[in-house]
Each structure stands twice: as C-alpha cells, then as structure tokens.
Design a binder for this molecule. Structure first.
Ligand code: PLP
Ligand code: TYF
Length: 394
C-alpha cells in the first residue's frame, strides 16, 4: 500500500523555517513563520497564561473527557470575546477545535456536508492552508481579487465585482482582521458594502479570525465579524487563540455557526459535535481551559488584554520605524503602506527573485510571496532590513 504514496507539496512557510534554522550565518533575520516574537526574539508565554496554568494545575481534580464540542464555558467566553452582543447567544452553535486550522477544516466539512455543490471563494491571495485544505477535500474554489499590487492596499472594486459573479449558496471566506498574507484590510464602510453583496446574492460568509487584538485592538479587530454576524441570515466563524493568547502548540480554536433563526441552533450544535466526533472525538482541552480561565477572571483578563496591547503597539511601532527608515533612504513615500497595514504581516509586493536575494545576500528570510512577519524585527534590525530592501532594489 505505501508504495502508492506520492510526495505531497511541502508547506512553503514551514520549509522556510527549516532553511532559516540551517543557515549558519550569525547575522540572519527570520521574518517567515507567523509567530509573535519580542525584541529579544523570544515567543513568550503570556503572564496571564502562566497564572491560569498555575491555577488549573492547583485546582483541576480530573482530566476525564469534557464534551464533544469541548467545555461549554469556553464557547461562552469566546463567543463573548469575538461577537460581544452583536447577536443573541442562542443563535450561536459552537465547538472547540484543535487550533484555528481545526475550525477552518471543520467549517469546510460542514459546508461540503450541507451543500456539496457550494463553491468557496477565497481572497487572492489567502493563507495557503485555506486552498490546500479545500483542494484536499475536493471543494470547488474560486478567488476574488483582493490585493492591489500597485497601492498594496485592498483592490476593493475588484473584490466587489468578483463577488457579484458568485452564485447563490456559494461561500465567501473573509479574514476577520489582519489579513494573512498581505496585511491589507477592509475598513468598516467596506465591510458594510461586502455585507450588502452577500445579502443581495445569497452568499454565505465564513470568517477566519486568527489575529484579534493584533491590528487595531480587540474590539476594532472584531468589528467586521460582528457586523457580518448581525447582518446576514447565517455565517460560519473560525477562530484561533494561537496568536492572541500565545498558545500556539496547545491547539486552541473554536468554530461557530451563527443563524439568525435561533430555531436552527440545536441542529447546528449537534452537527458541530458530530463533525468533531468523526475527526478526533473530543477536542483538546488545556489551551481552551487556559483561555476560559483568563477570560472569566477580571484580573487575569485585564492583564492579558494589557499584554496583548503591548504586543500590538510594539508591532505598530516597528511598522512606523520601518516606513520612516525607508522614506529616509529612498526619499519617497513608496513604502508608506507598511505603516498602514495591520497585524503581523505585510506583503512587500516584490518578486521571488528579490526575495531570494534578500535571503542569500542579507540573511533576511521572508516568504516567497514577499510576506514579512513584522514581529520578527526589533528596533536594531529595522534599519538593516530597510537598507537591504533598498540594496536589492525592491
Ligand atoms: N487562519 C489564518 C489566516 C492563520 O494565519 C492561522 C495561523 O496561524 C490560522 C488560521 C490558524 O492557526 P492555528 O491553527 O495555529 O490556530
Ligand atoms: O501563516 C503563518 O505563518 C501562520 C503559521 O502550515 C502557520 O499562520 C504557517 C504554516 C502552517 C500553519 C501555521
């Protein structure tokens, strides 16, 4: 049997991580994989996470199974964090998943189960795992224009024009905030216009929100998601706690199915539990329990939000420093978009050849599509990156 297996395409981001590790140069900068790093290059365990883990260790008396959808208290806490009071709680079905990727995967499976003919529309570009999983599941996929390679902002007219060609029942995958890989995001007026197209054409939104708190703040980053959830008849939301709680390896995510008709929630809830059972039975609990402990304790929650805010502001500071430095070196505003982008990533908008040159000649690792992880920088490396960008001729 094994002899029939074929080599599968590698994940380019993870391959780059390995290339960086194998590079013997002392002066190298990793702007590849989307992991937050502080000025010392460390991905820290957040203070509130440590405190919650201590509390759980002291107080937990059993590690017996939870429920197929995870601990309901986790769903409650996350629904409140993401949706606030945008929709009534009884319209939301939710299940814990292994990371945001687990939520994305379960959402796609639910779509396939509910409507095998549905086509999923993804932004051009999108997170490569979206298209990889869609292809694996054999779901038809189309892309809508998103990134404007001239302005490095959103090609909003192109996006709307493309979505207007989708057929009723198709699913539109949107990034809740901090678009990966571009860093270019919709403003609230644009979200509203997207909602209108969704409703006009009978399209179903699926929102992937993996960076709440990394862009403009916890509430601002959820504003688009809240607007969509409160304005459409149904939507799916895949959320990740990996980044904003720094619990990457704990695999902590949540899939929500929101229906304006509360009468649908029971069936949606049992469908999510069913999907968990088919794939892995009970979802992981530790990360979810940490998140619940933090979100339900006012002191821990305030400390977590404060640390997350420090992280957000440090990335904004690095963006501004890089944009300023490039302006100084080039005498132009060509790189102003770096300060406008939000979240961990910015797409430089350059060629794979120049990306390779940055790596080979300067030891600077960014993803082949010219996505750089801003959190991989610090105030000392920003000028080095700016100089390298100018040197290679981006
Ligand atoms: N969706 C997007 C757009 C992402 O960038 C990520 C990456 O971290 C995820 C989902 C899910 O991440 P995880 O499975 O680590 O929670
Ligand atoms: O885009 C990123 O870098 C993060 C981390 O297969 C990631 O989302 C990268 C690749 C992957 C899973 C997560």
């Amino acid at each position: 049997m094994f002899e029939t297996l074929k080599e599968q395409p590698a994940d380019k981001i993870l391959a780059l991580m390995q290339m960086f590790a194998d590079d013997p140069r002392a002066q190298k900068i990793d702007l590849g994989v989307g992991v937050y790093k502080n000025a010392e290059g460390v991905t820290p365990v957040m203070r509130a996470v440590k405190a919650a883990e201590k509390r759980i260790w002291e107080q937990q008396t059993s590690k017996s199974y939870t429920g197929l959808a995870g601990d309901p208290a986790y769903a409650d806490a996350m629904i409140e964090l993401i949706l606030s009071d945008a929709v009534a709680r009884d319209t939301v079905a939710a299940a814990a998943t292994p990371g945001g990727t687990g939520a994305v995967r379960q959402a796609f499976e639910l779509i396939q189960m509910a409507n095998p003919k549905a086509c999923v529309w993804v932004s051009d570009p999108t997170w490569p795992n979206h298209t990889s999983i869609l292809t694996y599941l054999g779901i038809e996929t189309k892309s809508y224009r998103y990134f404007d390679s001239e302005t490095r902002g959103v090609d909003f007219d192109g996006m709307i024009a493309d979505l207007k060609t989708a057929k009723a029942g198709d699913v539109v995958l949107l990034h809740g905030c901090c678009h990966n890989p571009t860093g270019a995001n919709l403003n609230l007026v644009e979200w509203q216009a997207v909602v209108e197209v969704l409703n006009e054409r009978g399209l179903i939104p699926m929102i992937d929100i993996a960076y709440q708190g990394f862009g403009d703040g916890l509430d601002a980053d959820a504003a688009g998601t809240r607007l969509v959830a409160s304005s459409v008849s149904e939507c799916l939301i895949a959320a990740s706690c990996s980044k904003n709680f720094g619990v990457y390896r704990e695999r902590t995510g949540l899939l929500m199915a929101v229906s304006a008709d509360a009468g649908k929630t029971k069936l949606n809830q049992s469908t999510l539990a069913y999907l968990n059972r088919q794939n892995y039975s009970f979802p992981p609990d530790h990360g979810a329990r940490v998140v619940t402990t933090i979100l339900t304790d006012p002191e821990l929650r305030a400390d977590w939000a404060a640390e997350l805010e420090e992280v957000r502001l440090s990335m904004l500071g690095l963006r501004q420093q890089l944009a300023d430095e490039l302006q100084r070196l080039t005498g132009s505003d060509r790189f102003g978009f770096i300060a406008q982008h939000r979240g961990m990533f910015s797409r430089l908008g350059t060629t794979p050849e120049l990306v390779a040159k940055l790596r080979e000649e300067h030891g600077i690792y960014i993803v082949g599509d010219s996505r750089m992880n801003i959190a991989g920088l610090n105030t000392t490396t920003v000028p080095l990156l700016a100089k390298a960008i100018v040197d290679v001729g981006v």
